[in-house]
Design a protein around this ligand. Structure first.
Ligand code: ZN
Length: 195
């Protein structure tokens, strides 16, 4: 069971820039409820109130019973961008923008023998066959080790929890009727239809 989803914001410089944000000097971590996750589902159900739900494709790591990383997957850190901008402007928490129902679609998991294997992976996200997001995990501002240490040090990480490692540039809206495909080249591909 996934209790907590520890998510990292602005871990790719080009994505921080596209939203007009400064590059952080220490990891920017926010929480999505573990119950936002949908595992290897075929559909994404957008909330009716959400008018501007953006895709953020990310490499997600899962903590095992010793709080080491034993598996990884693709996560979509779905975000209601208009709400997020309003909340940000007021200095309010992002929960409504980030932690709504089904806000974290996941692919299936693949095994991780060594973190080194995850440091040069191409991430590709397509909407209706068109590439929208493309990046490489070698562009991360904070390394996987740094992120893992940071969350273990500061938060009550539980076995099964996920760590979302940030999204590359190219985020944008999803709408009902879209077909989306996320690929971590050489590891895993997953498709969803958006309802
Ligand atoms: Zn994100």
């Amino acid at each position: 069971m996934i209790q907590n989803i520890w998510a990292v914001g602005r871990n790719y410089a080009d994505h921080a820039k596209e939203l007009g944000n400064e590059v952080p000097t220490s990891p920017l971590v926010f929480l999505k409820a573990g119950s936002c996750a949908t595992l290897a589902a075929k559909e994404i159900h957008l909330p009716e109130w959400g008018k501007d739900i953006h895709h953020e494709m990310e490499l997600a790591l899962q903590f095992d019973e010793n709080l080491q990383i034993d598996e990884a997957c693709i996560a979509l850190d779905l975000t209601e961008r208009t709400k997020q901008a309003e909340l940000k402007a007021k200095g309010s928490p992002w929960t409504l923008a980030k932690s709504f129902k089904e806000a974290c679609p996941l692919s299936s998991f693949f095994p991780v023998a060594d973190l080194e294997d995850l440091k040069n992976l191409e991430l590709i996200f397509k909407v209706n066959g068109q590439v929208k997001q493309q990046g490489n995990t070698n562009q991360m501002i904070f390394t996987l080790e740094k992120l893992i240490d940071f969350v273990r040090q500061h938060f009550p990480v539980m076995p099964g929890d996920l760590l979302l490692t940030g999204t590359p540039a190219g985020v944008g809206p999803l709408k009902s009727g879209d077909t989306v495909e996320a690929e971590i080249v050489g590891k895993i591909t997953h498709k969803w239809s958006v309802k």
